[in-house]
Design a protein around this ligand. Sequence first.
Ligand code: SAH
Length: 221
Amino acid sequence: MSAEHERNIETLIRAVVRDFRETARTTGIAVADPELIDALRRVPRDKFVPDSGSGHAWDNRALPIGHGQTISQPFVVALMTQLLELQPGHRVLEIGTGSGYQAAILAELAEEVYSIEVVPELAAAASARLDRLGYRNVQVRTGNGRDGWPEAAPFDAVIVTAGADSIPKALVEQLRTGGRLVIPVDTGWGQDLRVCVKEEDGSLRERSVLPVIFVPLVGGR
Ligand code: SAH
């Protein structure tokens, strides 16, 4: 790894750590998990952005990936990941594969990652990219993520990386009791990142974490 590359990564880590500190009052999380920081160091974000954006690959911001979609801001990826409270044995469902970057971070921390992307070209590109980078524990498929991935359920954690008008029912059904769901939900004036825990009776205990901006979750009924 070149010295410049290492500097870029450490600059990004500092920016992410600062964002955790500055949002702690609403997120309830002041400090990023060391395992998560290690995952951010290991996943080569420059391999997940198109050449046109490669000069900014290590900036702490969202970048365009084509098809009107974006790779999320690293701090938001990190925050959502930490909110899932992943354990090494966990099986995770992601809706909105996009570039595959978030899926790679999840794959570093969990056992199995299932990721659904509605744009076929993005799904194919992300799948090939994750393969090339050696992520054998991620499966990507094209489809409407609102339906979840019933054959692979139940999941210990579900993460939605597009803004939803409401929480899709199938995703709650496919979450195990005690499992966590992290999702940006439309509020009418923006989006609110929510972390939800599935209770014994099947209902969700929800907490608002932070105002966020995501591309919309399409294919609503
Ligand atoms: N997690 C991605 C960024 C997500 S951008 C990354 O790390 O790069 C949101 C993605 O959700 C887009 O690629 C968009 O095409 C996808 N998307 C939107 N609605 C969807 C749906 N109903 N099902 C699956 N994917 C959807």
